[in-house]
Design a protein around this ligand. Structure first.
Ligand SMILES: Cc1cc2nc3c(=O)[nH]c(=O)nc-3n(C[C@H](O)[C@H](O)[C@H](O)COP(=O)(O)OP(=O)(O)OC[C@H]3O[C@@H](n4cnc5c(N)ncnc54)[C@H](O)[C@@H]3O)c2cc1C
Length: 320
């Protein structure tokens, strides 16, 4: 029989590898599995926010990443009609005041190598097809080429990103979520951005958006490892303990998601978005709010009442 790992993590993207690093650092016997050999590419804008950089710093790999990434310290918001609002990245205590752009082909491999240096095991290509539980043991069944392979663990972590197949198979996801269409491409010789990361609402069907990052994923992974360490420490793997992690995630991120959802509804209207961008360009407070939303900072509402935001935006609307 194969050895029993403390945790098997399915998916070696930023979430999986970050979780593996923190668990292995605590002395847990961790196995990371991925259906691809690394380095592997992943469709992404390649932008790292100051919060993501903070975690990478905590993992001890920020210096390495700084050497290969491209720094951008300003953001530009572009309305459907071409109005622009540009500002430097907000300065926050203990956070970098720049974004880093680094192709995922490179970034994910650096994070994976960090996890392995911390003691995590890695096997690929292994496509996990199913997860079953017998008593206290989880059985992870995968395909390695033509071979079927089974691993045993006390805990399984799904870190399979936007891929829903395994979540549906295991019943963790009841139905397929609504699909959205995304695309990523690299261009040479673009000089018009002047080093700014651009959030573009022009030439896209709203509520879609585009990002342009000048080029020369992770805090959830850290939280997952902390929660899992706690579960191991108290020896409680109950559904209640797992649900506590869900609550923790919601507490940390729900406010941001709700805010983003509301904004999405607003920017269905071209005319409105044109005015928002012009209002943002005029008001330092609004500019600060939008820049914080763009880099996913928490508690972005603080100090700015929704009424004030609406007043500043609607002041410039025709007929007001
Ligand atoms: C167009 C686009 C632009 C984006 N731009 C940005 C950006 O600029 N900045 C940003 O922070 N985020 C951006 N994102 C989001 C970001 O890409 C994801 O949030 C991030 O990759 C999630 O990391 P993850 O580790 O959870 O999943 P992933 O990076 O997707 O990793 C999941 C891993 O699981 C593996 N896997 C899946 N199923 C199985 C299986 N059955 N068996 C074994 N292995 C499996 C996959 O091979 C993969 O390596 C963008 C996304 C898109 C689509």
């Amino acid at each position: 029989m194969s050895e029993i790992y403390d945790a098997v993590i399915i998916g070696a993207g930023p979430s999986g590898s970050t979780t593996a690093h923190y668990l292995a650092k605590e002395g847990f016997n961790v196995l990371l599995l991925d259906k691809f050999n690394f380095p592997r590419d992943k469709t992404c804008g390649d932008g790292l926010t100051p919060r993501a950089l903070q975690i990478l710093d905590d993992m001890g790999i920020l210096d390495t990443i700084n050497q290969v990434g491209y720094r951008s310290n300003k953001l530009e918001l572009i309305s459907p009609k071409g109005h622009t609002a540009t500002a430097p990245l907000p300065k926050k205590e203990n956070l970098c005041d720049y974004l880093l752009v680094i192709p995922r082909l490179i970034l994910d491999n650096i994070i994976l190598e960090r996890a392995m240096a911390s003691g995590a095991n890695f096997q690929a290509p292994v496509r996990v097809m199913g997860v079953e539980q017998e008593g206290d043991t989880m059985f992870i069944k995968g395909e390695q080429g033509a071979k079927t392979i089974t691993f045993r663990a006390r805990m399984v972590i799904h870190a399979t990103g936007a891929n829903t197949k395994l979540l549906l198979t295991t019943g963790l996801l009841k139905k397929m979520p609504q699909m959205i269409l995304t695309a990523r491409t690299y261009y040479d010789g673009i000089t018009s951005t002047d080093g700014a990361a651009q959030c573009r609402l022009d030439n896209v069907p709203l509520p879609g958006y585009g990002w342009v990052f000048p080029v020369s994923a992770t805090s959830a992974g850290k939280m997952a490892a902390e929660h899992l360490s706690h579960m191991f420490a108290i020896g409680d793997f109950s559904v209640k303990q797992l649900a506590a992690f869900d609550k923790l995630l919601r507490k940390r991120y729900q406010q941001l998601f709700v805010l983003c959802d509301r904004l999405r509804l607003l920017y269905l209207n071209h005319l409105f978005v044109n005015h928002v961008v012009r209002a943002v360009a005029r008001s330092e407070e609004l500019m600060n709010l939008f820049m914080n939303i763009a880099v996913e900072n928490q508690n972005v509402y603080r100090g700015l009442a929704p009424g004030t935001i609406a007043k500043v935006i609607f002041e410039g609307m025709p007929g007001r």
